[in-house]
Write a protein that binds this ligand. Structure first.
Ligand code: HEM
Length: 199
């Protein structure tokens, strides 16, 4: 079942409480779901880790989240399925051309939140550096842990050409979209413990 936008999804697999958004990708009933969990008590203006869970139809080759709400000058967390496991990668772009691998944020796939079936794949990954980052020059942007943040997503039907590699080339998206994601509903007590449980 698909919960409504802004609802909290209590994930029985991972134990995280996610604030979620469903992004419609066809005129039918095909959606990509973006779920975010953060530590409770995260302070405004300070970096904090975030866990992203992506649920995508099997037709999606890669799915990415732009933490700053646009393609350029912010961390892009891209994920895809490789056999039974998930691959996640941080990229960055300063123009509307293929983003390059970027080490200003780090991502770790949480295997217990990663799975697929005949219709969908799901990956869950922790990012350090996705909620506080430089945009251009020395300008910093920090996502508000107690309110909404403008995010963007993109996805491509084409799988990365070297699916086992986090630095695989990717092809341009078939669709992108924006929304305001509710981070206030994403707080998790014992966030660090939940991360450990899902390694
Ligand atoms: C090979 C990889 C990619 C290429 C060649 C590419 C290229 C482009 C181009 C040409 C546009 C402008 C389209 C228009 O104005 O209609 C665009 C827009 C956009 N792209 Fe990408 N892109 C790539 C990867 C990504 C990734 C990985 C993300 C996010 C995770 C992303 C997010 C966006 C968004 C949100 C827009 C809307 C404009 C903006 O917010 O800047 N793109 N892209």
């Amino acid at each position: 079942m698909r919960e409504a936008n802004g609802d909290v999804f209590k994930d029985p697999d991972t134990g995280f409480s996610f604030s979620q958004q469903n992004v419609q990708i066809t005129t039918g009933s095909s959606y990509i779901t973006m779920r975010i969990a953060i530590p409770s008590g995260s302070a405004a203006g300070q970096p904090y880790d975030a866990v992203l869970q992506i649920v995508a139809p099997v037709a999606a080759g890669w799915v990415g989240l732009a933490w700053g709400g646009s393609m350029t000058n912010n961390p892009l967390l891209i994920g895809w399925l490789n056999g039974a496991s998930g691959v996640a990668s941080i990229r960055r772009a300063s123009s509307h051309t293929a983003p390059v691998a970027d080490s200003s944020a780090t991502v770790q796939v949480l295997p217990k939140g990663t799975k697929s079936n005949g219709t969908h794949w799901q990956i869950t990954a922790k990012c350090t550096g996705c909620t506080s980052f430089t945009t251009t020059g020395t300008t910093k942007k920090s996502l508000n842990p107690a309110g909404t943040n403008r995010l963007a997503f993109a996805y491509s039907k084409t799988k990365p050409s070297q699916p086992a590699s986090g630095t695989s080339p990717i092809t341009v998206h078939d669709l992108f979209q924006y929304w305001d994601h509710d981070f206030a509903a994403a707080a998790n007590a014992d966030f660090a413990g939940l991360v450990q449980r899902n390694l």
